[in-house]
Design a protein around this ligand. Structure first.
Ligand code: ADP
Ligand code: MG
Length: 405
């Protein structure tokens, strides 16, 4: 793979970079930040050094991202049209132009155009007429169905906008989408600074973890996490389970789980895994209306002790129904124990990282992954299409530009 970090001013000056980021940030989180209530969203914060790196070396940057899962069908009838405009306002990337501009103290041009009809070469000329160091942000790529279809023609047209491509969006690298995978066929492609760091941290826990290695798995569904458990069954020392995941194991032990969240179909697999003495289950729980909604105080104590002994920790998934404050104790306790421990910890998942970000303390040894699904797939040992795509060397886009127009 080729790394952006290895490029210098000599390589980058006056070149236009297509930079794939992940600004898939919920409106509630976005508004919280805009109103000064929450800190800068992690996924924005992580790519700022990459943008600065590029503009400081005289490159123009065209930022590509998706946001949400807007339905992309475009229909002529007026009702559907108004639905479309509603979707556009809910999923637009426009607010990010203002946010980036403030953070980078530079203007950021927002480009909203009909990707289908516009002339990509014309747009490219427009971009090239801006001075080196200019920044552009393209509208949500998922407004077009081609993006999620990994459409080659679309990727080829998109590629016309720049001289090279940088993937700095680990959290979408498990998706074979046009701006993540197909585009790498048409431009020299590089690993961005944030992606490079993210892979380094994940490889550290995968390839040479200091032992004991403790894996903490919670959250809703075991089917999402089973790959990680299997891949680490030999390497890890202990698996501490909580949440709906633990409930499935409890059910596999024929313990009454009542109304608790668990996965019936995963019981045979859980039974199989229980043969490993490394799997540790809660010894008490917080129950409400016949459902297990958090780990209990004895479990918190036990898990905290084990976490204290760890040198490496991987954590994904809350220990309970964290949406209600009274069932958040277990998850908070785990987060605090990790921060207090001397272990190097890698943490991922939307809910898990939001709890971790609220915990106070020295977090220099805690790495928060931007990926939920992508982190789980990577740690399960799967090949991520967006990362694999960066491994192939492509011809320069310059020769291919004519054939695309
Ligand atoms: P992450 O987003 O960190 O990857 P998941 O999406 O896997 O985590 O799981 C988070 C969800 O799991 C939360 O909505 C939480 O309410 C739910 N959950 C965890 N434990 C329980 C439980 N015991 N009962 C009901 N829901 C639970
Ligand atoms: Mg989640």
């Amino acid at each position: 793979m080729k790394y952006l970090s290895s490029l210098s001013k000599k390589n980058l000056a006056k070149q236009t970079c297509l930079l794939r980021v992940d600004f898939n940030i919920e409106n509630t989180d976005l508004h919280g930040y805009e109103h000064g209530l929450t800190r800068i969203p992690l996924r924005v914060e992580r790519v700022l050094p990459t943008i600065k790196f590029l503009i400081d070396r005289g490159a123009r940057v065209v930022i590509l991202s998706h946001r949400g899962r807007p339905k992309t069908q475009i229909s002529a009838d007026s009702q559907r049209k108004s639905a479309l405009s509603q979707r556009k306002s809910a999923f637009t990337l426009k607010p990010f132009a203002k946010i980036l501009s403030k953070l980078l103290k530079k203007p950021v041009q927002f480009i909203d155009f009909n990707f289908r009809k516009s002339d990509f070469l014309k747009l490219r000329n427009k971009i090239e007429n801006f001075p080196p160091g200019s920044i552009f942000l393209l509208e949500n790529l998922r407004f077009l169905p081609e993006e999620e279809k990994n459409d080659k023609k679309f990727a080829q047209r998109l590629a016309l906008l720049g001289d090279f491509y940088v993937n700095d969006a680990f959290s979408v690298s498990h998706r074979a989408h046009a701006s993540v995978v197909a585009i790498t066929q048409f431009l020299p492609s590089y690993v961005g600074l944030a992606l490079e760091n993210e892979l380094k941290k994940l490889n550290q826990v995968m390839k040479s973890p200091k032992k004991p290695l403790i894996i903490i798995i919670g959250g809703a569904k075991i089917s999402d996490k089973i790959g990680v458990i299997k891949n680490f069954l030999k390497k890890a020392d202990w698996f501490l389970l909580g949440g709906g995941v633990a409930n499935t194991f409890l059910a596999a032990q024929k313990l009454p789980v009542g109304q608790s969240l668990y996965e019936e179909t995963m019981i045979p697999l859980a039974r199989q895994l229980l043969k490993s003495k490394k799997i540790i289950l809660p010894i008490d729980s917080v129950v409400s209306k016949g459902a297990i909604l958090d780990i209990g105080p004895k479990t918190i104590k036990k898990y905290t002790e084990i976490i204290k002994s760890a040198k490496t920790i991987i954590w994904n998934g809350p220990m309970g129904y964290i949406e209600a404050k009274r069932f958040r104790k277990g998850t908070n306790a785990i987060a605090k124990a990790i921060v207090k421990s001397r272990a190097f910890a890698v943490i991922g998942g939307g809910e898990t990282t939001s709890i971790m970000s609220k915990v106070k303390g020295q977090k220099s040894k805690v790495f928060i992954s931007t990926g939920g699904g992508a982190m789980l797939e990577y740690l399960a040992g799967k090949k991520l299409p967006g990362i694999e795509a960066l491994k192939y060397r492509r011809k320069s886009a310059l020769n291919q530009r004519q054939s695309a127009s």
